[in-house]
Design a protein around this ligand. Structure first.
Ligand code: ADP
Ligand code: MG
Length: 742
């Protein structure tokens, strides 16, 4: 990546600006400029390390015989099947290359429906020969296909135990890489994971299918506008990843963080994020050292980590890579999450990827930036520079509005995740209501088109002419920012901001690609039959805008008025994961996914089952952790404290003085202890009862409706106690300790 030194140069400019504008941090900033310059010096070899552990196009060109390279490129670009002889040559060269990087093992690296990646390692060694020597071998067959015994991965009933085998198949569109960690070096081969009968058991398979769907439909649309040159259309994705860093030693004293990834108890510290002094603030040295190593690790793996900054909450940060094609971006995001965790460990830190590690403090999400681009570099979401492109852009925009409005429930579902329930609609992340932000100018254009049937002007200067009397001229860069919108147009891409920080971005992109493919397909069905193309396209844009205008909202998405207004518009407000899951198997959803061969009905049903199960399991673990922590840590500590208080009362009274204040504190603590014990008993009872409820939707609902509120009831008196009880006695680090002492 050649942009990196300039990235650091940009960082210095930011720091210089801060020095001028930021009186509070003025002293620290000049110091940091020096540090960044130092880092820059070390990074002058960035172009050397970037992609050094990736079996990328350059390596393939260098190492593969010309004919084999050509065959492989055909497979990558056109999906042509690889023959075994070619695969053998590729496997051999890949193995030789990996061994040079120190690899002893290879793994088919896949993404089952657990939300994380999975791998089973095999070494390259073959059986020893007569002289006792082993050879390092790797065949085409081993490269292309694996058969892990996968009976323990969630399949949602798709796979009976007698056919427990799952199959992993090489996804050659995402490059193989060598990962170096405590296990040594391992050649990782990105793969899809399917059942014996070919049903998808993973995140990648449907994503790849959805990319094909949007490719076919977008090409149809482009041809209608006279484009005869583009051969392929690919969705591009740039996910911004948020995360928290806490001190590892403190983390290890918090059983809730260890078991569930979030704090189940915890009173707010005297200082939170209200001063907004953390956002884009100075990066502390310990964190800077961590980020430097994260970047280096990622660059080696070909992940173009680009932007890093502190986020809103204390101890919260963000990392954004440069966007790339969707399936590679999904893989790279998994690599990013894993790398953040691994490098944190080396620095005595713990990286928290949970959506809501701390109640009352902003949680973490992932902004999924999405656009659609042709192989010859045309971004369909770019308003363009010529009149004819602008009409095409308006149609694409109208199609996307239609897609998002018609399938708002699916898009919402794609971001549903146990942790995300704590964020969405909580005034820190987009509301649970899907709407689209277009910015002032585009919204005005849409309104003109709808109200008068003609839009002949655009609000601001610097127009791009459409050349069509009844269509507006567009201003290229008139998109302002609205951080409260779940789905915002930002210049030449849409930013889907609902996704949880821990979640894979595969599902949101699968849904986006498919719903937009459908809208393109519907539009093409009309336009391909049109006698007067210009007239028909104009009418179609108008019709779509009129029918789906309700999805556009440019105001404050965090406000209560919006919740009411959205209800009036009939937009769904799906508040929890349990409420979101059924969207996957509505008639509308099944028809959509089957039409574009992204999911079969059986695959959708299996996903529904897995999601309910995931929800129930996660809540059960949270409830059990709370019970454990309250019984074994909090109640004993508070009892000890009441004894100290009682002793104090006694000695004060013995001395003949009045112990009014001491008695008041003792009374307060005793009352809260009583409340805690009652709430604990209630939670225990409810959690035990869950064993009697049938699995699936019923059980998930039970956890959502009964167990979760009981958890909140236990938390309330405990958090009050934390504010009264002596810090020395409290059995775990506080929010303040975790967030401010990193
Ligand atoms: P923000 O100001 O929204 O925080 P960032 O720079 O943090 O912006 O992240 C923006 C992300 O969007 C990056 O990952 C960037 O590569 C990505 N991006 C930029 N242009 C496109 C595009 N046309 N399609 C998809 N993603 C894009
Ligand atoms: Mg950002």
């Amino acid at each position: 990546m050649d942009g990196t030194p300039s990235f650091f140069a940009a960082r210095i400019i930011i720091l210089q600006e801060q020095r001028e504008g930021y009186s509070a941090d003025a002293a620290a900033v000049p110091d940091n400029i020096g540090k960044v310059e130092e880092i820059m010096k070390e990074f002058t070899n960035v172009s050397e390390i970037f992609g050094s552990n990736v079996f990328n196009d350059t390596v393939m060109q260098e190492r593969l015989p010309k004919k084999v390279y050509k065959e492989l490129k055909k497979t990558i670009e056109e999906g042509k099947e690889l023959d075994l002889a070619t695969a053998d040559v590729i496997a051999h060269e890949m193995k030789e290359w990996a061994i040079e990087k120190g690899a002893t093992h290879y793994t088919h690296w896949f993404q089952p429906l657990t939300g994380v990646t999975a791998e089973k390692h095999d070494s390259f060694i073959s059986a020893p020969d007569e002289s006792g020597k082993v050879l390092m071998s790797f065949s085409g067959k081993e490269l292309i296909k694996g058969e892990p015994d996968a009976s323990s991965f969630p399949s949602g009933g798709l796979r009976a135990t007698f056919e427990a085998r799952g199959y992993t198949a090489w996804d050659c569109t995402s490059p193989a890489f060598v990962r170096q960690d405590a296990a040594g070096a391992t050649l990782c081969i990105p793969t899809a994971f399917c059942s014996y009968t070919g049903e998808a058991l993973d995140q990648k398979t449907p994503l790849l299918r959805s990319m094909e769907a949007i490719n076919v439909q977008a090409l149809r649309l482009l041809r209608l506008f006279g484009n005869t040159t583009s051969k392929k259309v690919t969705p591009s994705v740039g996910p911004e990843q948020e995360y928290f860093l806490v001190d590892k030693a403190k983390y290890l004293q918090r059983k809730d963080l260890i078991y569930t990834g979030r704090t189940l108890f915890g009173a707010m510290p005297p200082k939170g994020q209200e001063l907004e002094d953390h956002y884009f603030g100075n990066i502390r040295q310990r964190i800077a050292a961590f980020m430097k190593e994260v970047n280096e690790e990622l660059w080696k793996l070909g992940v173009p980590a680009k932007t890093q900054h502190n986020e809103v909450a204390p101890a919260q940060h963000e990392l954004a890579p440069i966007y790339t094609e969707a399936n590679v971006a999904v893989d790279q995001n998994q690599i990013i999450m894993k790398t953040l965790k691994m490098v944190a460990c080396r620095h005595g830190l713990q990286c928290l990827l949970h959506e809501k590690p701390f109640a009352g403090v902003n949680g973490s999400g992932k902004h999924n930036n999405w656009s659609i681009t042709t192989d010859d570099g045309i971004n369909l979401l770019d308003p363009g520079t010529t009149p004819h492109e602008n009409v095409q852009f308006l149609l694409v925009l109208a199609c996307i509005l239609k897609a998002v409005d018609e399938h708002a429930d699916l898009l919402r579902e794609s971001a549903a995740d146990v942790g995300n329930d704590h964020r969405l609609g909580a005034n820190e992340a987009p509301p649970a209501i899907i709407s689209v932000f277009l910015g002032e100018q585009l919204e005005d254009v849409v309104e003109q088109l709808i109200s008068t049937g003609q839009a002949t002007h655009s609000k601001e200067g610097g127009k791009l002419e459409t050349g069509v009397r009844t269509l507006p001229d567009l201003n290229k860069d008139a998109t302002d920012r609205n951080r409260t919108s779940p789905f915002a147009f930002t210049g030449n891409k849409f930013e889907f901001r609902m996704v949880g920080s821990k979640d894979s971005i595969a599902a949101p992109n699968t849904v986006l690609n498919t719903i937009v493919a459908e809208a393109f397909s519907d539009a093409c069905d009309v336009l391909e039959k049109a006698e007067d193309f210009d007239m028909t396209v104009h009418d179609l844009i108008k019709q779509y805008l009129k029918e789906h205008q309700r999805i556009i909202f440019n105001g404050n998405g965090y406000s209560e008025e919006w919740v009411e207004e959205a209800a009036r518009r009939g937009l769904p407000n799906i508040r929890s994961m349990v409420d979101a899951i059924p969207a996957l198997t509505t008639e509308k959803a099944i028809a959509l996914f089957e039409k574009f061969h992204v999911f079969t009905k059986a695959e959708l049903e299996s996903r529904v089952e897995i999601q309910y199960e995931t929800y129930s399991k996660a809540l059960n673990i949270e409830a059990k952790s709370m019970i454990d922590i309250a019984s074994k840590q909090i109640i004993p500590a508070v009892m000890k404290y009441t004894k100290t208080l009682a002793d104090t009362v006694n000695s004060v009274m013995k001395a003949g003085a009045e112990a009014k204040v001491q008695l008041e504190v003792l009374g307060e603590v005793t009352d809260l202890l009583g409340e805690t014990k009652d709430a604990l008993a209630r939670l225990k009872e409810l959690d035990e009862k869950s064993a009697e409820i049938p699995e699936g939707e019923k059980l998930a609902r039970y956890f959502h409706d009964e167990v979760f509120p009981a958890m909140e009831e236990l938390r309330t008196p405990v958090d009050k106690l934390e504010m009264i009880v002596d810090k020395e006695v409290w059995p775990m680090p506080s929010y303040g300790d975790l967030m401010f002492e990193v």
